[in-house]
Ligand binder design. Structure first.
Ligand SMILES: NC(=O)c1ccc[n+]([C@@H]2O[C@H](COP(=O)([O-])OP(=O)(O)OC[C@H]3O[C@@H](n4cnc5c(N)ncnc54)[C@H](OP(=O)(O)O)[C@@H]3O)[C@@H](O)[C@H]2O)c1
Length: 313
């Protein structure tokens, strides 16, 4: 089968197209013919080696977490899926490997693709959609009727987050650049802050939850717009945020709770239901074929992705 791999940390020139053996599923895994995958910043951050201390990569490494495709074999202990099912999933961090024509995935990480969703639209959802859901619900503790600020509302995580927040009956303010204002309004944002026109986050709203998918502004820049017991959820769990998350309960009701995605099929099924109810959709920024993988990385590295970048097989 065809796959993209890299044999050492480095830049995009390390990506090579190779012909390798098809993987075989263990008892708890399913073998999937990949129809589409998606790009996430973690893919090229792992390649660069910048995460090697906390998330070392085993070489040769096939990048990619997101997959959508058809089940073509199942392990002996698999009970939920059958050959011919169309499934999607976010791979485990130790597995990666969705930039390949076939991949194996643990049964408990997968969910059936909702009827009517293309493979590309499905492939965009798992990693970014699960991060958005877990950031708002698990870390933010967001409740119906509350106000949430989503910084980076037009990106992969952000555009799912604002739709999930609307589905939770909350009031959403999204931050994006001028060119994306219409898109985030169309996805349901009640208020939009255009960061090309406004440099702070001030509106007449005090937020219960801030989901920061950009993490460029210091925490203190949000303090003026947060409720006294609000939660700030950064999508980049740096050491300083982790320290803050432990120290802040000692002196304030406010919390910092960095989101760290835990891939699982139960939450993915939750997102599938939102798709079925017409409350969650994927905006596709651009699509590439497997042999254009480096172009997809280049596009994502611009930091300007609107929705998701998809790899079609
Ligand atoms: N902790 C975890 O488990 C986890 C999981 C997933 C992702 N992440 C991290 O979360 C971050 C976001 O991921 P992603 O997939 O959403 O990235 P992405 O799709 O590449 O984000 C691109 C978006 O960011 C927006 N943006 C850039 N600068 C901005 C600014 N100053 N203010 C507002 N929006 C801005 C861009 O909009 P404009 O063009 O309008 O500026 C663009 O739409 C990444 O750092 C990623 O590594 C962490």
């Amino acid at each position: 089968m065809k796959a993209i791999h890299y044999k050492q940390y480095g830049d995009l020139s390390q990506l090579e197209e190779v012909e390798i053996d098809r993987p075989k599923p263990t008892a708890s895994q399913i073998l999937v013919k990949v129809e589409a995958s998606a790009i996430n910043p973690i893919d090229w951050k792992l390649l660069s080696g910048s995460f090697r201390a906390i998330m070392p990569v085993k070489f040769p490494a096939i990048p990619g977490f997101d997959l959508a495709g058809e089940v073509i074999d199942v392990g002996a202990a698999v009970t939920q899926f059958r050959i011919g099912d169309r499934i999607y999933a976010c791979q485990d961090i130790k597995q990666l490997g969705t930039a390949a024509e076939y991949t194996v995935v643990e049964e408990h990480l997968a969910a059936l693709i909702p009827e009517g969703l293309s493979a590309g639209e499905a492939a965009g959802i798992p990693l970014a959609g699960l991060t958005a859901l877990q950031g708002l619900r698990n870390c933010g503790g967001l409740n119906a009727g509350e106000h949430v600020l989503i910084v980076g509302g037009s990106g992969g995580v952000g555009h799912y987050a604002l739709q999930i927040a609307k589905a939770m009956d909350t009031n959403v303010t999204a931050v994006c650049s001028t060119g994306n204002v219409e898109m985030v309004r169309d996805l349901g944002a009640d208020t939009v802050i255009d960061y090309n026109k406004q440099t702070d986050f001030a509106t007449d709203i005090k937020y219960d939850v801030v989901l920061d998918c950009v993490v460029k502004s210091p925490y203190k820049s949000f303090a003026a717009v947060m409720q006294a017991d609000a939660v700030y959820v950064p999508a980049l769990p740096s050491i300083s945020f982790i320290i803050k998350s432990y120290l802040m309960p000692l002196y304030t009701k406010r919390r910092v709770k960095p989101v760290m995605l835990k891939t699982n099929g139960i939450d993915l099924n939750f997102l599938s239901n939102l798709v079925r109810e017409g409350k969650l959709r994927t905006i596709i920024d651009s699509s590439y074929s497997l042999n254009e993988y480096y172009k997809a990385f280049e596009r994502n590295q611009t930091g300007r992705t609107r929705g998701k970048i998809i790899i079609n097989f």
